[in-house]
Write a protein that binds this ligand. Structure first.
Ligand SMILES: [Fe+2]
Length: 386
């Protein structure tokens, strides 16, 4: 058993500016590039963060042009800004797209000769010896990118947009800074969708063929926190918001070291084909995949353990499996349960289902699924998501 990657430092429930400054001064870093997007760069919390760093003598350059589903070219733009500034740290303040763009920039900065497509788990990278710190400050609670080894970029070839997922343990950020005020200020719908992603990470890792006692502990706790505290967090409870922010990172560490499964293997091509949000897409798949995994003895035992914990906390006995708990959670927070809830039209789904089912078999996450149905069953499952 090998555990590969954890952030070196996790600073939880701290003001982001103070936490980042503490890391930079400990490491003797005086110049940094802050990577973000146009929405976040306009927020008061972001200006406060920059103000804190600048008032304490850190020279900061800001790159705020990351877009959702960032293209490969963003990596070079950030890397050349960092090179020009002589930055010794890249600080990513944003959701998954921003953090992924910063990971790609780190590769371009430290290994300029390497094509990003060649970033793969077993090709040596040596980024940790590059002398540049990657500090992730997530503004959503969900992707786990602040603690994960994965990055997703988008490329366009022959008029077709394609998402490319890459992973390497050197991409795990040096530090994850978890300031719950940042996700607390995000729009409710985004908070619901990203939480669905975090729950999917936790429950897929729990059932993964590569799960270990270490990933089980993180995944089980993350799932319990999401089931019991998400509604309060969405209703503005600050302590619950901090807990959900921790849970998303815990689930990120869990899947980085334990693998995902079918919800992500299907969710990646499905989301790309329909243009639906990643978290909402895998979250809609999740209860179906959990039900499917019940026929695997090991997965069922873990899901039943979680179900018993939830029922004990809940004080109520429900006559269903863990999927029933997921649906009750979704009802309580107004989460989408079908693709039609995301505005997907049936003919569009029917047009892509067969291709998506086939592409799911090429997704690396399928390797961790305890059960893999034949393509025709996956196609049926996809059509039933409508
Ligand atoms: Fe995900």
């Amino acid at each position: 058993m090998v555990l590969h990657g954890f952030p070196r430092k996790i600073l939880w429930n701290e003001r982001a500016g103070d936490a980042i400054h503490a890391i930079l001064s400990e490491e003797g870093v005086e110049t940094a590039v802050v990577v973000t997007d146009k929405v976040i760069s306009g927020l008061e919390a972001f200006k406060e963060l920059l103000g804190t760093l600048e008032s304490r003598g850190i020279k900061v350059r800001v790159y705020d042009r990351v877009t959702p589903e960032p293209p490969f070219t963003v990596a070079d733009e950030i890397a050349s800004l960092a090179r020009e500034a002589g930055a010794k740290a890249i600080i990513a303040v944003g959701g998954g797209s921003v953090i992924d763009a910063a990971k790609a920039a780190l590769v371009r900065l430290v290994k300029p000769g390497l094509d990003l497509h060649d970033v793969a788990p077993f090709n040596p990278l040596g980024l940790d010896r590059g002398g540049i710190l990657l500090i992730a400050v997530p503004t959503t609670s969900g992707t786990g990118s602040d603690a994960s080894h994965a990055m997703v970029l988008t490329e366009e070839a022959g008029g077709v947009r394609r998402k490319v997922a890459m992973a390497h343990y050197d991409l795990v950020p040096y530090a994850s800074v978890l300031d719950p005020r940042l996700p607390g200020g995000a729009p409710r719908r985004l908070r619901v969708w990203t939480a669905m992603d975090a729950l999917t990470h936790a429950l897929e890792t729990l059932a993964s063929t590569e799960a270990t006692p270490f990933t089980d502990a993180l995944a089980l706790s993350a799932a319990e926190i999401i089931f019991t505290r998400l509604e309060d967090a969405l209703n503005g409870d600050e302590e619950a918001t901090a807990m959900i922010h921790a849970a998303a990172t815990m689930a990120g560490i869990a899947f980085t070291n334990g693998g995902l499964g079918l919800a992500h293997a299907i969710g990646h091509p499905l989301g790309a084909a329909l243009g639906t949000h990643h978290g909402a897409t895998v979250g809609i798949l999740l209860p179906r995949i959990v039900s499917l995994y019940y026929s695997d003895e090991r997965a069922r035992a873990k899901y039943e353990r979680l179900r018993r914990i939830l029922e004990e906390l809940d004080g109520a006995e429900h006559r269903d499996d863990l999927a029933g708990h997921i649906y009750r959670l979704y009802d309580s927070i107004g989460a989408p349960k079908r693709l039609r809830d995301l505005g997907v039209e049936k003919p569009r789904l029917e047009a892509v289902a067969a291709r998506v089912a086939e592409e799911a078999f090429h997704d690396p996450d399928i390797a961790y699924a305890p059960i893999v149905p034949p393509p025709e069953d996956i196609e049926k499952l996809i059509l039933n998501l409508y």
